[in-house]
Design a protein around this ligand. Structure first.
Ligand code: DP6
Length: 349
């Protein structure tokens, strides 16, 4: 027999960035972070997990290619879900798995990303959130979402925020065992329905410094990281929570842009410095800043993660359409380009 479960999780975009761990093993951050979870139709992971007595070992395929599960992060998620597994019964198939059986049964995992190929937008956030959800479904884990988020966190920090839709806070917590370092939903998916997110793919190249090693180097060498975590983020978090609650786009946009810029300033303050943005990223920032200043009110927010691609947030459809128009004017695509796969920085598809 074989028993299967499938889950789908979207990726999330941080507006207050997570950058730096106080515990590398448990993945505990040095500051709270806040993100918006995208619509699953666009950037999401879909994962199917299967169990059968005929499986001889745990195995996983990512976008059709087998990958190794030996890394600690996958093992942490599998172990934590197995610990919470319950009895499962499927009368129709005549299957009865008792909770202790899960320790001797192996799983096969197949995960797909619907991210545009070659866009360099691969996301561990969607992947680990989805893996945890799918395993929890298969093994009849009944824990609350907060607890599932703390398991996803042990796969990749940012994954804990993808457990919820809408606006989400990852509270850094204080407990050394990480039990209070969990995600909390600040507002539901429908709370700020007018917002539009435009992602400009600036480069399709894989980033040179992974988030994991980049933040380790920043923790070790950047004095600005410590200052930001202790002094800047706590008040920013309160202000952006207020802006989200009140649909105050100007305040939301100001904090989002400032936080992205400070995160990249920390990268420059790291020894040796880390450059995630490139010239095209900088041109996009200038374009948005000029536009915002000329209009008197903030039209668009921008934020950049550990790479050069720009994520822009517009307050409504009209502003998003104007933004697209401007991007196409300043970064004209070659003739006959398929705009859905146009990469701004490469000047090619
Ligand atoms: C810049 O969650 O990928 O996107 O916990 O080491 O897996 P690990 O790091 P990861 O870092 C994400 C960093 C970021 C900011 C953010 O999403 O908050």
């Amino acid at each position: 027999w074989i028993l299967m479960a499938t889950a789908r999780s979207p990726t999330n975009i941080a507006v207050i960035k997570y950058w730096g761990k106080r515990d590398e093993e448990l993945i505990l951050p040095v500051n709270d972070s806040i993100s918006v979870t995208l619509d699953p139709d666009h950037l999401s992971a879909t994962t199917t997990v299967a169990v059968s007595p005929s499986f001889e070992q745990d195995r996983m395929w990512l976008n059709g290619k087998e990958i190794s599960l030996s890394g600690g992060r996958y093992q942490n998620c599998l172990r934590e879900i197995r610990k919470r597994a319950r009895d499962v019964e499927d009368e129709k198939k005549g299957i009865r798995i008792q909770k202790d059986d899960w320790n001797n049964l192996h799983v096969h995992i197949a995960s797909y990303n619907n991210f545009p190929t070659a866009a360099g937008l691969a996301s561990s956030a969607a992947g680990f959130a989805c893996l945890v959800f799918a395993l929890a479904k298969l093994m009849n884990v009944k824990e609350e979402y907060g607890e599932l988020s703390s398991i996803a966190r042990q796969g990749s920090g940012s994954a804990c925020r993808s457990i919820y839709g809408g606006f989400v806070k990852w509270a850094m917590g204080n407990n050394p065992d990480g039990s209070d370092s969990i995600a909390i939903q600040l507002a539901e998916e429908t709370h700020w329905n007018d917002l539009f997110i435009v992602i400009a793919v600036v480069s399709s190249k894989q980033k040179e410094t992974s988030s994991t090693s980049g933040m380790r180097e920043s923790v070790q060498t950047s004095a600005l990281l410590k200052y930001r975590a202790e002094t800047v983020v706590p008040s920013r978090v309160l202000k952006i929570e207020e802006a989200i609650r009140d649909h105050d786009f100007a305040s939301f946009a100001r904090i989002t842009c400032a936080d992205s810029n400070q995160f990249h300033a920390i990268c420059l303050d790291t020894t040796p410095p880390i450059f995630y943005m490139n010239d095209t990223s900088h041109r996009i920032i200038s374009l948005v800043e000029r536009w915002n200043q000329s209009e008197g009110t903030l039209q668009v927010a921008y934020t950049f993660d550990a790479g050069p691609n720009a994520v822009m947030i517009a307050p409504n459809r009209q502003a998003a359409a104007l933004l697209l128009q401007r991007l196409l004017f300043y970064f004209p695509p070659p003739q006959d380009t398929d705009l859905t796969s146009y990469i701004l920085g490469d000047k090619s598809i």
